[in-house]
Each structure stands twice: as structure tokens, then as C-alpha cells.
Design a protein around this ligand. Structure first.
Ligand code: SF4
Length: 430
């Protein structure tokens, strides 16, 4: 949506966003629709887990639209620029934040210029490979608001939230040291000003009737000063909104939690990751669990819903560490947990550190520790957390508070819980 907004700034440019996953558009149908539109340029985001699939799709698109300039971006294309170009048979890869490099590419194209430019990896005439430097945008306030016209808001939601729903990203990058993390564009944190953020929310509410949303920032609370200003601005608008955001235990305390709540935040997603200091150290989380427990208890006491993200199956984790994570989730009485098996993604500190114990191949895509359980620990965590009489009884009251959404929300949620993250049909609920 942000890319769409930037592309629309190029004069005489018609932009379409094909939201295939949300709209349930098949590959065949996507090719058909793209063919009908006859685009001059196509840009696709490439998923990590389904990279092979996305590569095959781009190959097909290039065969069907040989005259169109076809490109992609994402974590793997940015870190494997030449390999992606060769495999996908596409024309360019955008490296780093794509907003401005994409806009500039469209401007060059409109003027009959070259594909190559800042942030664009491609082959030059004569087949010399031109790599690109990782792009960062220094001032997000100069970017347009997300193009809310580009998606069907009725297709989006999150458990027990209503519609119309959307997402915002008010900062990019994350300054914390977690070794396993594929951040949105690196460790340098670049934030939109509170005025810009509040203005974007207000415009979406006013122009699109948005009532529910999530801030997708890696760590929305990374800057205490800014988050308090944003909350103050949103509270003053007195809008009928419910929203959620992502946070981390050492960036949220009682004051921040109270400010979030006053501004309409209903739910925080907290990267707790583990109840074991040994595992937190292995993941390089950068804080002591003892030191953040008061924060977590303050969030619990604030009345915000708290969803805890946990990582299981790391090489450092033993049975007692797994049990400590489960116990922590129970002690905090988290509304929901979301559990993932640790993946040593390429171009992370973890990958560099553990390279000799990792099986990695780009195509077919495979990235796992040589000795690691499958997704059994995820399933065990879910079952032992959710399938207990006390949790189920506790949730009945919760479901009664959301009568309009209970049946559908509960069904979607149960499907989410029992479906592995590696299953391509799993909906991304949390
Ligand atoms: S706090 Fe979250 S987003 Fe930031 S580096 Fe750690 S895992 Fe990544």
C-alpha cells in the first residue's frame, strides 16, 4: 500500500495492487488479470518460506509478458540479488526499502531511461550484472500515506476485531540486537513523526471508515517519547477505534501501557520468546528476564489484551527451558500465544554464527538447523496452553464479550492453532 502510494506520484501512471492472498486469487487467475491490465512494469514481493513458488510465478509472468519490466523485492531477493534474477528470469530486484527506488525506476522508464539506478540490481545491456546497495529512507514523513484504496478492507481482520480493518507502518528497522531477526530493513530505526502518524490514522478513519487497525512496526514502542506523543494525539482525536501493535518487554511499562489503552489500543503483541534466560541469551535478546517481569505484569494489569510470541526448538533449549516458557505464558495469563520454531534465516547474526550447523539452500528453499525437531514443540505448546479446562472456562467469558464475532473468530482461531506455520494454507491471524 505504501509502494502503491509512491508509484501513484509518478505522472501519467496507473497503478493496480493485486492482493492475491487476501482475495484468494489463484496463480492462473493472477496471470490472467495481469495480462488484461497489460502493465509496463510489474513488482512482486517475495515470501521467504515460499520463495520457490514465487520464483516460478515470476518465470511464468516473464514468459507471458515478455515486454513488461518485471521485478521483485524482499529479504531473499535483496540478499541474493543475482541468484534471484537468474532463477526468476526477471529484470530487476529492488534492494532495501523499495518506495523511492521503485518510484525513481518508474520515472526513468517513463522518460525512456535505463532500468539501473539507486537500489536496483539488474543486468546491463551486454549482460554485466549490476549489484545494488541496500537502500534506507532517512525521512519517512516525506512518504505519502499508505494507499488505502489499494485493498479491500473487508478481507482483513485479526481475531475478535471487527472491520473495516487496515495496517500502518509508522517506523522502519529495529535497533535491538536479536540474532535471529529478519528486521524490516535493518537495525537503523527510522520513525515517522507523531504528527505524521496521527495524521495518517485520522485520514484513514475519515476517508475510508477504518475502525480497526494494527501498527505493523517491528517494535512500535521502540521510542518511548514518540509512542507517548502518538497516543496523546490519537486520544485527543477521540475516534471510535480499536487497534493493536507489536512491542517488546523492555520497551513497555505501566505508563506506556496506560497511554496505549487511552488511545484505543486493545491488544499488544509482545515478543516474549522464552521463559528461560539461557535461551534469551542464545537469541541475543539483550535484556534480563528478571528485569522485564514488572513490565509484563504492568501490561497484564493495564487491561490491554496481551498476546505472547514464543520461539521454541532453538539449539540452546532443553526440556526445562521449554517448560519455563509454557509456565511464563500461564503465569501471565496471556489471552493468546503464538509459537514458532526457530529458523536460522540467512543474512542474520544467528545464521552467520551457526553456519556450520545449518542446512541452507536457496532453490529449492530450505533453511533449518541440521539437528532440530520439526514443528512438534509448537503443537505441544499450543495444546498444553489452550486445551486446559481453566483456559477454556476463562475464554467463555471472553467469547461472550464478542458475541458478533465469536463463532467465526473462534473457528478461525482454532484452525490457526492446529495448522503448522509451514503449511501454505495457514491464515496469518496473529
Ligand atoms: S525486537 Fe523484535 S523486531 Fe526488533 S530485532 Fe528483536 S525480534 Fe527483531
Amino acid at each position: 500500500m505504501y509502494l502503491s502510494a509512491s508509484a501513484k506520484l509518478v505522472p501519467n501512471t496507473e497503478v493496480r495492487l493485486l492482493d492475491c492472498i487476501a482475495e484468494g486469487i489463484s496463480s492462473d487467475d493472477a496471470v490472467h488479470r495481469i495480462n488484461e491490465f497489460r502493465p509496463d512494469v510489474v513488482l512482486a514481493i517475495m515470501a521467504i518460506e515460499y520463495f520457490d513458488n514465487d520464483v516460478m510465478f515470476l518465470q511464468r509472468l516473464k514468459r507471458e509478458l515478455p515486454m513488461a519490466l518485471i521485478g521483485c523485492f524482499g529479504h531473499l531477493p535483496g540478499n541474493f540479488q543475482r541468484e534471484t534474477l537468474d532463477a526468476a528470469k526477471c529484470d530487476f530486484v529492488l534492494v532495501g526499502e523499495p518506495d523511492q527506488s521503485f518510484k525513481q525506476l518508474l520515472e526513468r522508464r517513463a522518460a525512456g531511461g535505463e532500468t539501473a539506478g539507486d537500489g536496483v540490481a539488474c543486468y546491463a545491456e551486454g549482460s554485466d550484472f549490476i549489484p545494488a546497495e541496500f537502500q534506507r529512507i532517512e525521512d519517512i514523513d516525506v512518504l505519502p500515506y499508505a494507499d488505502q484504496d489499494a485493498i479491500d478492507h473487508s478481507l482483513y481482520s485479526e481475531p475478535f476485531f471487527g472491520k473495516p480493518y487496515t495496517v500502518f507502518q509508522s517506523s522502519r528497522g529495529c535497533p535491538f540486537p536479536c540474532s535471529y531477526c529478519v528486521r524490516s530493513y535493518g537495525r537503523k530505526l527510522v520513525m515517522a513523526s507523531a504528527v505524521h502518524v496521527v495524521g495518517e490514522v485520522e485520514a484513514a478513519v475519515r476517508d475510508h471508515g477504518i475502525r480497526y487497525f494494527r501498527f505493523m512496526d517491528d517494535t512500535f514502542t521502540a521510542s518511548r517519547k514518540r509512542v507517548l506523543k502518538i497516543c496523546d494525539g490519537l486520544a485527543k482525536l477521540n475516534l471510535d477505534i480499536s487497534w493493536s501493535c507489536l512491542t517488546r518487554p523492555n520497551t513497555i511499562d505501566a505508563e506506556v501501557a496506560a497511554a496505549l489503552k487511552k488511545a484505543g489500543c486493545k491488544r499488544v503483541y509482545v515478543g516474549i520468546e522464552s521463559g528461560s534466560q539461557k535461551v534469551l541469551d542464545y537469541l541475543n535478546r539483550g535484556y534480563k528476564l528478571d528485569a522485564v517481569m514488572d513490565n509484563l505484569r504492568a501490561v497484564r494489569a493495564s487491561g490491554l489484551e496481551m498476546v505472547g510470541w514464543f520461539i521454541v526448538g532453538s539449539p540452546a533449549e532443553e526440556r526445562e527451558d521449554f517448560e519455563a516458557s509454557l509456565q511464563l505464558a500461564r503465569d501471565l495469563k496471556l489471552e493468546f500465544v503464538a509459537v514458532s520454531t526457530l529458523v536460522p534465516y540467512p543474512a542474520t547474526d544467528l545464521y552467520e554464527r551457526e553456519q556450520t550447523d545449518i542446512e541452507f539452500s536457496l532453490l529449492p528453499y530450505r533453511c533449518v538447523f541440521t539437528e532440530q525437531p520439526g514443528t512438534e514443540l509448537e503443537s505441544e505448546f499450543y495444546k498444553r496452553y489452550y486445551m486446559t479446562p481453566s483456559f477454556i472456562v476463562g475464554k467463555m467469558g471472553y467469547l461472550a464479550k464478542h458475541p458478533g464475532q465469536s463463532a467465526k473468530g473462534a473457528k478461525e482461531f482454532l484452525q490457526y492453532v492446529v495448522t503448522s506455520r509451514r503449511n501454505p494454507d495457514r491464515k496469518d491471524l496473529l
